[in-house]
Design a protein around this ligand. Structure first.
Ligand code: HEC
Ligand code: HEC
Ligand code: HEC
Length: 457
């Protein structure tokens, strides 16, 4: 009791002196100071520096649980470091901070009682929002968007990214070449057909000898915009990624790249063409480099949504425009941010409700290796069930959904996201509008609206 009174007194004193930082500080510095004053780090880092009263009984019971939950959903360390060093902050972190301050969910209200530094005044909140906008404009310039949309958390897909056309031409051939598989039956395009939106529309892909993989195949379209490749992020680049499937025993089943090089070397025409571009000749390095170069061409600009962002107000229907606003209001655009609307961070699947427990009950589907997510690479417990957020470009064409391919329709994918990731109940009508908006994310490949040959319609 005495402790509670003391804390309350401290809180009052502190809030009286806790002024907003000076207005003429640089955006990054200012944001850093407010996050620091706001005590954000105390619930959003691995080893928080606790205030001296944190061990007092009342404070302890309140703070402990919040720290655990807070750190599970958001690690603020990379953002704090970037702001401190003047390096590039993550687009997702900026979107998250913007979202939680504009909807007033952070810092947690209960925290005001126990933490004397956590007062987030109206003036400070406005400063944070302005700082985020300034940092976004500086580090993620958005010249394609109309002025009123230049500071959105989502940016239009560019018309092209720099690539080497001669290498990409070879990569195109190799991408469609079944000689990359042990028995000559499977190419990259078998699972990532360009006429089927870069996916196979199967829950699990079928590799050599009919073997099934353990996670759903993401699309290759726009994968160049992802910060890493694979659900668990085990490949840093597209070229590194392309080294995986040929040697994967359940995908293309080769024992080594030497085997592939030996097969390709018998094709005199191809070798001549290849060596003209890569004088060092065929190897794992050059083959995967060419494929990676080709994948840089697999981008889909000018979806109705992108045309809308570029200023064509009639490109989306009224329902879709409303759907986009709801997409932001339900916090979807925090993880699904940037050009690819995802692909920029690892996120805990089920951060607001237990997804895997629910799946066990509703689908009788127990845990698999694929469910471990990022943990498989790091062995760090916090990374278990954490996945690279998938991009949402062309999402209407790339069913089924989620890493486990367990969700057949977009409607269900949206409703489950609201429940498990955003922690919000969603009405049928809001979900319909968001789905309608997601339909507007189908872009153009080589000037034509992307379609999916598997589409029953
Ligand atoms: C007392 C501990 C505590 C403090 C202090 C705190 N948070 Fe949180 N934060 C949480 C918890 C718990 C959650 C998850 C549950 C919730 O949102 O209610 C969360 C959620 C978040 C999320 C949402 C992540 C997502 O993906 O939905 C962000 C972003 C965030 N906090 C940022 C901040 C910022 C910025 C501050 C400082 C202004 C702050 N937090 C202060 C405990 C805290
Ligand atoms: C047997 C089906 C199959 C074949 C063949 C295959 N893939 Fe994949 N691909 C997948 C699956 C499944 C995943 C997801 C695996 C994971 O994340 O662990 C994937 C992931 C990817 C990704 C990562 C996308 C992202 O968003 O993370 C890229 C890029 C990719 N494949 C390109 C290729 C290329 C290039 C080839 C040929 C060298 C190829 N794939 C061959 C099934 C296949
Ligand atoms: C905290 C981060 C986060 C938030 C918030 C979030 N998502 Fe996701 N989203 C993810 C992750 C991670 C996955 C992959 C989950 C998995 O495969 O198990 C995903 C998957 C999806 C998919 C399926 C993509 C695919 O290719 O399989 C859709 C669709 C989607 N989200 C839409 C939404 C919508 C709509 C909202 C808002 C209601 C939302 N998301 C909120 C992180 C988030």
């Amino acid at each position: 009791m005495a402790a509670a009174v003391a804390i309350a007194v401290l809180a009052v004193i502190y809030r009286a002196v806790n002024k907003a930082p000076s207005a003429d500080m640089a955006a990054g510095e200012q944001l850093l100071q407010i996050l620091d004053d706001g005590g954000c780090a105390e619930c959003h880092t691995a080893n928080p520096e606790m205030p001296f009263y944190a061990n007092w009984p009342l404070a302890k019971s309140l703070i402990g649980k919040h720290i655990e939950e807070g750190y599970a959903v958001f690690d603020i360390t990379p953002l704090v470091e970037a702001l401190g060093n003047g390096t590039v902050p993550s687009e997702v972190d900026l979107a998250k901070v913007e979202r939680c301050l504009s909807d007033g969910s952070m810092p947690l209200a209960q925290y005001y009682l126990v933490h004397w530094g956590s007062s987030m005044t109206g003036a400070k909140k406005e400063m944070v929002l302005a700082d985020v906008r300034e940092l976004r404009a500086e580090y993620y310039p958005n010249p394609l968007a109309a002025p009123e949309f230049s500071n959105e958390p989502v940016r239009p897909v560019p018309d092209s990214v720099p690539y080497d056309a001669r290498k990409a031409e070879l990569g195109d051939i190799l991408y469609h070449d079944t000689r990359l598989s042990a028995d000559g039956t499977i190419s990259c395009a078998t699972c990532h057909g360009l006429e089927t939106a870069g996916v196979d529309n199967k829950r699990y892909s079928e590799g050599i000898n009919g073997q099934l993989g353990g996670v759903n195949a993401p699309t290759v379209y726009n994968s160049v915009f992802n910060f890493v490749q694979f659900w668990d992020g085990r490949a840093a680049t597209l070229a590194e990624q392309a080294g995986g499937p040929p040697l994967n025993p359940v995908e293309m089943g080769c024992l080594s790249f030497d085997e592939i090089v030996a097969r390709l070397a018998q094709d005199r025409d191809f070798v001549r063409k290849f060596n003209a571009v890569y004088p060092e000749g065929l190897s794992q390095e050059t083959i995967t480099d060419a494929i990676g170069e080709f994948e840089k061409t697999l981008i889909t600009p000018d979806s109705p949504f992108d045309l809308y962002l570029k200023g064509d107000k009639s490109a989306m229907t009224a329902e879709q425009i409303e759907g986009y606003e709801l997409f932001k209001a339900y916090s979807c655009a925090t993880c699904h941010a940037g050009v690819n609307m995802g692909g920029l961070s690892y996120e805990l699947m089920g951060q607001r409700d237990n997804y895997f427990e629910d799946r066990e009950i509703t689908l009788k589907s127990g845990l698999t290796d694929g469910d471990n997510g990022r943990w498989a690479q790091t062995g760090v417990e916090r990374d278990r069930y954490r996945f690279k957020t998938p991009g949402l470009r062309n999402i209407a064409l790339t069913w089924p959904y989620y890493h486990d391919g367990s969700v057949a329709t977009l409607d269900e994918a949206v409703k489950k996201m609201a429940r498990f990731q955003s922690g919000k109940k969603i009405s049928d009508s809001d979900a319909d509008k968001i789905v309608s908006y997601l339909d507007a994310l189908t872009g153009q490949y080589q000037g034509k609206t992307l379609t999916n040959a598997n589409n029953p319609e």
